[in-house]
Design a protein around this ligand. Structure first.
Ligand SMILES: [Fe+2]
Length: 239
C-alpha cells in the first residue's frame, strides 16, 4: 500500500552509481561469500542502481590487500553476475586507510587503485586528525589523483570548518547513506545532516558491508536528510 506520506513527496532524482562498498568476499570485514555479494547486488539492481564500485579496505594492520587479489576476486564475481543474469556493472577500486604504508606508496609513486578517472577513496582514523593529512592531500593532487574522503561525518575530529577547508584543498567528500538514516549514532547522523545542509557533500555511498546495509537503502527515500542530499549537485551519476 502506498502511504499518504509517499504520495506527498516529489519524485527524487535517480541515483544510479554507488561508489563505496565491501562486496568481494574474505578480503576485509565486508561480505564472507559470493552468495552474499550476489544477494546484495540483486538488491542494488532492484533499487535502480546501474553501477556499483566496490572498495575493499587496504591498510597495513588488518587488510594488506594487493591490487592483484582484488582484481582476481572481481573477475570471479563478474563471472557469477553474468551467470546469474544480474544487470549491474561492478568495478573495483579500494578504500585506502591513511597510514604510513599509504604515505610510502604515494611518495614512491606506486600506482594505486582508483575509479572513474583517478578518484581515490581514502579513510582516516576515527578519533584524531592525522598529522599527515594535508601533506597527503597535496601529494595526491600533485600526482593527478582526485581524493575522495570516505564518511567525513564518522570522524570525531570533523567539523564544518574542516570539511570546508578539505574541499578547498580539492578533496571530494563522500557521506554514507546509513549515516543519514541513523544506523551508526545520533551525532554521526547530525553531522551528516549539517554537511548536507551546508552543501559540503559531493558524493553519497552505501558503504555496504552486508545485506542489512543495502536493505536499509529501501527506506532511504522516506528520510528527510537523504532527500536533501539528493537535491545537491552530487557527482555519483558522473562516475
Ligand atoms: Fe568502507
Amino acid at each position: 500500500m502506498i502511504s499518504l506520506f509517499r504520495l506527498k513527496q516529489k519524485p527524487l532524482p535517480p541515483l544510479v552509481t554507488d561508489l563505496h562498498s565491501h562486496l568481494l568476499p574474505s578480503l576485509d570485514d565486508g561480505v564472507k561469500t559470493f552468495d552474499e555479494s550476489l544477494a546484495i547486488l540483486r538488491k542494488f539492481e532492484a533499487l535502480g542502481y546501474q553501477k556499483v564500485i566496490t572498495t575493499p579496505h587496504i591498510n597495513n594492520e588488518y587488510y594488506r590487500n594487493e591490487p592483484a587479489q582484488i582484481e582476481s576476486k572481481l573477475k570471479e564475481l563478474k563471472e557469477l553476475i553474468r551467470q546469474e543474469g544480474i544487470s549491474i556493472e561492478v568495478v573495483a577500486a579500494a578504500e585506502y586507510y591513511l597510514d604510513e604504508d599509504l604515505i610510502a606508496k604515494v611518495n614512491s609513486k606506486e600506482s594505486l587503485l582508483t575509479f572513474s578517472k583517478n578518484h581515490l577513496l581514502f579513510e582516516t582514523n576515527f578519533l584524531t586528525e592525522p598529522y599527515q593529512l594535508k601533506e597527503f592531500i597535496f601529494q595526491l593532487i600533485t600526482q593527478g589523483y582526485k581524493p575522495v574522503m570516505a564518511h567525513p561525518e564518522r570522524y570525531a575530529y570533523m567539523t564544518l570548518e574542516k570539511a570546508s577547508e578539505l574541499r578547498d584543498r580539492g578533496v571530494l567528500l563522500q557521506v554514507n547513506i546509513p549515516s543519514m538514516l541513523g544506523l551508526y549514532s545520533k551525532p554521526i547522523q547530525h553531522l551528516a545532516a549539517r554537511l548536507i545542509d551546508n552543501q559540503l557533500v559531493d558524493l553519497i555511498g552505501s558503504d555496504c558491508h552486508h545485506l542489512q546495509h543495502v536493505t536499509s537503502l529501501e527506506k532511504a527515500p522516506e528520510n528527510k536528510i537523504y532527500r536533501k542530499a539528493l537535491e545537491l549537485p552530487l557527482l555519483n551519476n558522473t562516475l
